[in-house]
Design a protein around this ligand. Structure first.
Ligand code: ATP
Ligand code: MG
Length: 287
């Protein structure tokens, strides 16, 4: 059964894309899972990082993007995302040299504009704005879920802030990973998202501190406070140069070790942490 995993935080720059990329390679290369990425951020960072500029531009020109997918929301066309998928992406090969089962529905920079236009169009169809929001979220969620059965995991990189499209994805996710940087705003940001998700009935939220220093007592205090209130995945990702440089797409395919260097242990740890969660029923701690 396909597991839908959203990576989200209203705050920008906390590591959503980094975590998505680590999971993509950790699951598809290190653990041989069949993985689909969905980029729901108009910045299209995940798309460019995972496809390289050239391939991403070609997909964008062919409207095979999440932005192109919006046409399925505005009309009552049959729900489906198959035609928007780019297959065999990434710059990492399996240990035997073969390509991993790693696909993507990339994003495009006009995603936000399209969503705004769509909202205006929806207002003409619905009397109440809340019904228009509901319809968009519902259709976006169902479009994403239409990939059910074709993959082991679908990983959705959510835009910072919370668009209707992101809410649509969060509503249908089996699991929401919330990366955060352990600083003074972390608890509020994580808490706000966790509460909103509980309201819409998605209680499976797991927090992942990123750019953490084990030596930093203050940061570790914040991690302990956040983890005490919102279930932690149990993985801390350190600030590590190889994780920053891994965002550069390499034209020449290489190994997992050459891509991540000393950070490969965190890529494997993250993949195993997620597999451990999705392969067994999730018990959610009461707040
Ligand atoms: N663990 C890490 N070690 C080193 N650099 C990191 C780490 N995590 C993230 N970064 C760097 O921080 C910056 C922001 O990370 P990233 O793009 O993953 O955040 P984001 O939450 O996806 O941002 P946005 O909200 O803009 O989508 C990037 O330059 C990335 O390389
Ligand atoms: Mg990002």
């Amino acid at each position: 059964m396909t597991k839908f995993i959203a990576v989200s935080n209203r705050r920008g720059g906390v590591g959503k894309t980094t975590l998505t990329m680590m999971l993509a390679y950790g699951l598809s290369v290190a653990r041989r899972q069949k993985v689909l990425l969905v980029d729901l951020d108009a910045q299209a960072s995940t798309s460019i990082i995972m496809m390289g500029h050239q391939r991403w531009r070609a997909a964008r020109e062919a409207h095979r993007t999440t932005s192109g997918l919006l046409s399925r929301i505005v009309t009552d066309e049959a729900i489906g995302c198959k035609d928007y998928i780019s297959h065999g992406i990434g710059d990492v090969a399996l240990a035997d040299g073969k390509a991993p089962a790693l696909d993507i529905i990339p994003s495009a920079h006009d995603l936000d504009d399209k969503e705004a236009l769509l909202m205006i169009a929806q207002q003409a169809r619905f009397h109440k704005i809340s019904d228009a929001f509901d319809n968009m979220q519902d259709r976006m969620g169902r479009i994403i879920r239409s990939s059910e059965g074709a993959y082991d995991q679908v990983i959705i990189d959510c835009a910072p802030g919370l668009s209707q499209l992101v809410w649509g994805a969060l509503r249908v996710a089996d699991l929401v990973l919330v990366p955060y940087i352990p600083d003074r705003t972390a608890e509020d940001n994580v808490g706000w998202l966790a509460h909103r998700l509980r309201e819409i009935g998605t209680p499976k939220v797991f927090t992942v501190p990123n750019r953490v220093s084990g030596q930093d007592g203050r940061a570790q205090g914040i991690v302990a406070a956040v983890s005490g209130r919102y279930p932690p995945l149990g993985i801390q990702i350190p600030a590590a140069q190889p994780l920053a440089t891994a965002l550069d797409y390499r034209e020449k395919v290489g190994s997992l070790a050459s891509k991540f260097g000393s950070a490969v242990q965190h890529v494997n740890g993250l993949a195993d942490g997620v597999l451990n969660l999705v392969n067994k029923p999730v018990a959610v701690a009461a707040e």
